[in-house]
Design a protein around this ligand. Structure first.
Ligand code: SF4
Length: 218
């Protein structure tokens, strides 16, 4: 049962057409940031992992940092974690192309250790600039490190999940990182509830119908 929580897939509407301005601005930001050497992680990275997705996304998904497969490919959330993230999104009727996906830092920390404070401080301006360009309505924060960093707190996952948390101009939701779900499959039920909550909020903010309406129309 738990293993099938993210198997149900509903066809999603096509992503909105990309606005040339956001696409161009993101491309300019990528070119400006891709050779960044502001922190020590530049020395050990194979690839800078900028992020990817819809430049006009209403939902921005933020994780912690690139892992080995992301470092090798230059893309966020690939490999088993990425596949599980795709299923999590599909469970609430989003495709990867509908949202924007990135991390709080853009180069892999050695041995996948947590990012250090000074590395985060160096890298956050790139993420803030992506948020300014894309202007999402919702942010989904994956894991405690991403959530504590963005929300600037030290709260537990239990204290942050299951609610809307306002940060700057964005409504944020917190759930488990897919890598943590792979280690702890029993947490998938909680993640499923978190993303359902986010989807209901998205439907209120961004669409005229709810996911339940569309399911009942099928
Ligand atoms: S982690 Fe961020 S600040 Fe550090 S080198 Fe990479 S892009 Fe630059």
């Amino acid at each position: 049962m738990q293993g099938n929580l993210f198997e149900a897939v509903e066809r999603t509407p096509a992503a909105p057409e990309k606005a040339a301005s956001s696409t161009d601005e993101l491309a300019r930001l990528f070119n400006t940031s891709k050779e960044c050497r502001k922190c020590r992680l530049a020395a050990s990275r194979l690839n800078f992992v900028f992020g990817e997705g819809n430049p006009e996304a209403d939902v921005f998904v933020i994780g912690e940092a690139p892992g080995a497969e992301e470092d090798a490919s230059g893309r966020p959330f690939v490999g088993r974690s990425g596949q599980l993230l795709d299923k999590i999104l599909q469970a609430v009727s989003f495709e990867r192309k509908d949202v924007y996906i990135g991390n709080i830092i853009k180069c892999r920390p050695p041995q996948n250790r947590n990012p250090m404070e000074d590395e985060i401080a160096c890298c956050m301006p790139w993420l803030l600039e992506q948020l300014r360009i894309i202007r999402p309505k919702l942010i989904l924060l994956l894991g405690k490190v991403a959530a504590n960093t963005i929300l600037d707190n030290r709260l537990s996952m239990g204290a942050m999940r299951g609610k809307v948390i306002r940060w700057k101009d964005f409504d944020c939701f917190v759930t488990y990182h897919p890598a943590a779900l792979l280690r702890n499959p029993g947490w998938k039920r909680g993640c499923w509830e978190d993303v359902q909550l986010m989807r209901r909020h998205y439907d209120k903010l961004c669409t005229s119908g709810t996911i339940q309406d569309r399911i009942s129309e099928r």
